[in-house]
Design a protein around this ligand. Structure first.
Ligand SMILES: C[S@@+](CC[C@H](N)C(=O)[O-])C[C@H]1O[C@@H](n2cnc3c(N)ncnc32)[C@H](O)[C@@H]1O
Ligand code: SF4
Length: 375
């Protein structure tokens, strides 16, 4: 893939950009196979490739420069800022939004936050697109509510320019640190959630809840989970670290009892809404810590699906799973090293199937789906 920003040294975020894409995939696959050497893998599926560009549904732009000439992009460690509006990882539909946002920032007088001087108001612009409908969610991360009234009164102009932005909000992040978002979210639109649909399953995105950033590959990942489970006699299932419910809602059948557990209550409200739309009445989604939920139970379901953050599921949950022995575990991981560590703790399981999903092209990262069967 060609990136002028990379070639001119302005952005080097994609460390593997100069490696041809097929070689990127085979490097990732060989690395994964090396990590899995201690385990006996019954079946390897072919890696799932990604589109090489335009695959992201989300932009997190640091705002810098001046109010008349804002830059939307990244800040390097030395404080240098670079405009990334032409980053080829974003879909073509993002360019007109960035083009309208720049004059809007001037109209609303949203002075970019200057980290060195600790002055200014607008810190980040967060833009998310529904791949299904093309509708978008736009969030302004501000240092305080000082410019909120100005932003509100300039907003009709922006809405006229960009009528497909359904959800607009302001996040207040008063802390002077590299933290992206604060606790307080103020909605400026009637809509507070953005509808997505992957494989005909309705999903909802909302500020602050996790959603996969490569929706095409996420759709193949969820569909694979559903296909892998389709032939197994599963009556009861848990989806731990479920986010807005993508895995569980793909895998659940009307007869199956599904419990989804996630720490973020807003994500849980999205998952409940999807289950209701699908007419799944044996599905429960609850906001809890996954390990605390599992360790409070006497009995495991037929299958436990886990999709943890990069740190993995950890020793306590592995111990509980190994002791309570669900017949199957389906583990989706975005960090192969923590996955390998967790697999070594699940001593009673054999590895039935493994597949790599290239969620993050041009970087060393990838997603892996592993089916474990009780020995
Ligand atoms: C990799 S994301 C996966 C989300 C979801 N399965 C999906 O497909 O989008 C990990 C999720 O775990 C949640 N999480 C983090 N720590 C948790 C915990 N201790 N207990 C439950 N959920 C947690 C995060 O909020 C996040 O939604
Ligand atoms: S993140 Fe975008 S701009 Fe930066 S190197 Fe990758 S493709 Fe180029």
């Amino acid at each position: 893939m060609h990136c002028a920003l990379y070639d001119t040294g302005r952005c080097r975020s994609c460390q593997w950009l100069k490696t041809p894409y097929p070689a990127q995939l085979s490097h990732k696959q060989s690395y994964l196979e090396t990590l899995m050497t201690p385990f006996d893998v019954a079946e390897w599926r072919q890696p799932q490739p990604s589109d090489q560009q335009g695959f992201r549904n989300k932009a997190k732009m640091v705002v810098s420069g001046s109010v008349e000439r804002p830059l939307l992009g990244i800040m390097h460690g030395d404080g240098r800022t670079v405009d990334l509006c032409e980053c080829p990882l974003y879909p073509a539909s993002f360019a007109p939004v960035f083009a309208s946002l720049k004059p809007f920032i001037a109209r609303a007088g949203l002075t970019p936050y200057n980290v060195a001087r600790r002055r200014g108001e607008l810190k980040y612009i967060l833009l998310t697109e529904s791949r299904d409908s093309g509708a978008m969610m736009l969030r302004f991360v501000l240092r305080s509510t000082l410019k909120l009234a100005q932003l509100r009164s300039a907003l009709p102009w922006l809405r006229e320019q960009l009528p497909h932005i359904n959800v607009i909000s302001v996040n207040i992040q008063p802390v002077h640190m590299a933290i992206l978002e604060g606790e307080e979210e103020i909605f400026l639109s009637d809509e507070q959630v953005l509808a997505e649909r992957l494989n005909q399953v309705p999903l909802w995105m909302r500020p602050g809840s996790f959603f996969q950033t490569n929706p095409s590959v996420a759709a193949t990942l969820y569909a694979s989970a559903r296909d892998w489970l389709a032939d197994l006699p599963i009556h009861t299932m848990w989806d731990l670290f479920c986010g807005v419910g993508g895995f569980g809602l793909h895998c659940a059948t009307p007869e199956m009892s599904l419990t989804g557990i996630e720490i973020n209550a807003k994500a849980i409200s999205c998952a409940r809404r999807s289950a209701h739309e699908l007419g799944l009445d044996k599905v429960r989604f609850t906001a809890l810590d996954s390990a605390a939920f599992a360790t409070g139970k006497e009995q495991a379901p037929d299958l436990v699906l886990v999709n943890p953050p990069r740190r993995g599921i950890g020793a306590e949950l592995c111990r509980w799973l190994d002791n309570h022995a669900p017949r199957w575990i389906l583990y989706s991981s975005c960090q192969a090293e923590s996955l390998a560590k967790d697999l070594s703790r699940l001593e009673r399981y054999k590895i039935s199937r493994v597949q790599l999903f290239d969620m993050f092209p041009h970087s060393s990262h990838f997603e892996v789906l592993v089916l474990l069967t009780l020995s």
